[in-house]
Ligand binder design. Structure first.
Ligand code: C2O
Ligand code: CU
Ligand code: CU
Length: 541
């Protein structure tokens, strides 16, 4: 908060009880005083293509026999704009699917009707600091926060969710999340499946008590350290995991992993390769066939699904295939923590071809022109900024630091209009360093969770404000058993905002800081880790 604002707030407080208000009132517009901090009023000069009320509130959904489940959800109401831009998901706790085009202007009036503070973040979007949903901008129950920004991102699958510090995990878990789909001219020309052939698929895991109520962190400290795992998969905010599609048709499936900490090794049960056309913030240069795809928390992947040769009545199953996560939960602890252990094989989604149909979409050989950033443009090409993600004194840290609301360390300051390479390292840290005597296959068995005497876990690392390119993925310090079980599931192509950093992995990414100065976040998107403080600010100045 700047001095001016501090004074104004003090003044308002004083003013409401003291006599000063009488003297100064004509000179102080009350609305303006409040809105400067909270963005409570809209800008009359901003002409939105879409103006939406987005209310976070308590609700109930009848998922199962017996009691309805208490959830929190985003409810959207379109004030102005194309009605097709807002799609509601029936019988679900999930927020709307918003469809926008690059260049459009969006006004979102976020209304908090939750019994606690919240703020909305637009994951993957390039927006000014005050519209990024920083934890410092939380609003109370009954307050409104107005976002007004232009869509500057490429065509891709983005999403939105709350971002209050310490409460993101429970708020998302209770149901607060939605998808934001961006299209642009370059994508338009490709004539990809549209409308009812462009299907959002939000994957999450949940657990319930006997009364059908959501269970969260019911194993206490261990759930917080490792991340919460549910024991059943929800698709698009519902427990029935069957999607009914038309035979003879072609679909675009947009998968988002909106789980709190679970990640997936997605593959078709019959062994058919996945045809991947897009990732987080862009399409790929060309379609790519993969035996399976690793989908870390918060990551998105676009899949081309060709049902031309599949007769009506066929069922296809998308599974999470077995892998070694390189952590304790794979072994004995996993069995205790969840009956859907991380890394075990289970069904994610069944696609059933109940009706026949046909369409004529053709998979393009080339998708986008991928102008990958040239490493020589980076001002620190010889000496990348390094961020290590590790545990210290039973706390998840980034370079040994944890969350501070507005602080930045010297190594967290970058300059506007520069390009940088960052090296993200999942390391044991501590005195013994990587490959210490407990590294690799340690005494904990399966995957070896101890490295340098520290616990190691996969961390999905996310950077706000930018879309980056992956330059290099160094796996030489990884446990070969872990790496071999996941190695064909990564994409180092296209524009991304989140990467799954497996234990021992080092990834070099390159990005450009453009347009907006300010404080932005980078953090582990395992929401329990994030809430515990595995999140920091970086500053663009
Ligand atoms: Cu998905 Cu900091 O966000
Ligand atoms: Cu984000
Ligand atoms: Cu983490």
């Amino acid at each position: 908060m700047d001095i001016e604002e501090l004074d104004r707030r003090k003044f308002i407080k004083l003013g409401s009880t003291g006599a000063a208000v009488l003297l100064s009132w004509p000179f102080l517009n009350a609305c303006e005083g409040l809105s400067s901090k909270k963005n409570e009023s809209s800008d009359p000069n901003f002409e939105p293509d879409l103006d939406i009320d987005l209310t976070a509130k308590e609700s109930q959904v009848p998922f199962f026999q017996g009691s309805s489940t208490n959830v929190w959800m985003f409810e959207a109401k379109l004030n102005t704009g194309d009605p097709n831009a807002v799609q509601h998901l029936d019988g679900s706790y999930l927020g709307p699917i918003l469809r926008v085009q690059k260049g459009q202007k969006l006004r979102i009036r976020f209304k908090n009707q939750l019994p606690e503070k919240s703020i909305v973040h637009w994951h993957g979007m390039h927006v000014p600091e005050k519209y990024d949903g920083h934890p410092k901008d939380v609003i109370e129950n009954g307050e409104t926060y107005i976002y007004e920004f232009e869509i500057m991102n490429r065509a891709g699958t983005y999403w939105f969710h709350p971002h209050p510090h310490g409460r993101t995990g429970p708020q998302v878990y209770n149901g607060l999340a939605g998808m934001l789909i961006v299209s642009d001219d370059e994508e338009e020309k490709l004539n990809l499946p549209k409308g009812k052939f462009d299907i959002p698929i939000v994957i999450q895991d949940r657990a319930f008590d006997e009364d059908n109520q959501l269970l969260y962190l019911n194993r206490g400290r261990m759930d917080k350290m490792m991340g919460f795992l549910g024991n059943q998969i929800f698709i698009n905010g519902r427990p029935d995991k069957t999607l009914s599609l038309k035979s003879g048709s072609i679909y675009r499936l947009r998968l988002l992993n909106a789980s709190n900490s679970r990640f997936y090794k997605l593959g078709w049960s019959d062994g058919t390769p996945l045809t991947v056309i897009g990732i987080d913030g862009s399409l790929l240069e060309k379609p790519r066939s993969m035996p399976y795809m690793m989908l870390g928390v918060a990551e998105r992947v676009d899949i081309w699904l060709d049902l031309k040769d599949k007769p009506k009545g066929t069922e296809l199953t998308l599974k999470s295939l077995s892998f070694s996560a390189g952590m304790m939960s794979m072994g004995m602890m996993g069995q205790m923590r969840s009956n859907l252990p991380l890394g075990s094989e289970y069904d994610v989604l069944t696609i059933s071809l109940d009706e026949s149909g046909n369409n004529s979409f053709i998979l393009p050989e080339k998708l986008i022109v991928f102008n990958k950033i040239d490493p020589s443009e980076a001002i620190n090409a010889k000496n990348p900024r390094t961020f290590k993600f590790f545990m210290q004194r039973m706390q998840w840290t980034i370079n040994g630091r944890t969350w501070e609301e507005t602080e930045v360390a010297g190594e967290e300051i970058v300059k506007l209009n520069t390009t940088e390479i960052w090296q993200l390292v999942n390391s044991g840290g501590g005195m013994m360093g990587n490959g210490g005597m407990m590294g690799g296959k340690g005494m904990m068995g399966n995957g070896g969770m101890m490295n340098g005497g520290m616990m190691q876990m996969p961390h999905p690392i996310h950077i706000h404000q930018v879309q980056f390119n992956i330059l290099e993925r160094d796996t030489s310090d990884m446990d070969p058993e872990v790496w071999n079980s996941v190695r064909e599931g990564f994409i180092d192509d296209g524009w991304q905002d989140t990467v799954l950093l497996m234990p021992g992995m080092k990834i070099k990414i390159i990005m450009r800081f453009e347009d907006f100065k300010g404080l932005f976040l980078y953090h582990c998107h395992n929401l329990e880790h994030e809430d515990m403080g595995m999140m920091r600010n970086y500053k663009i100045e």
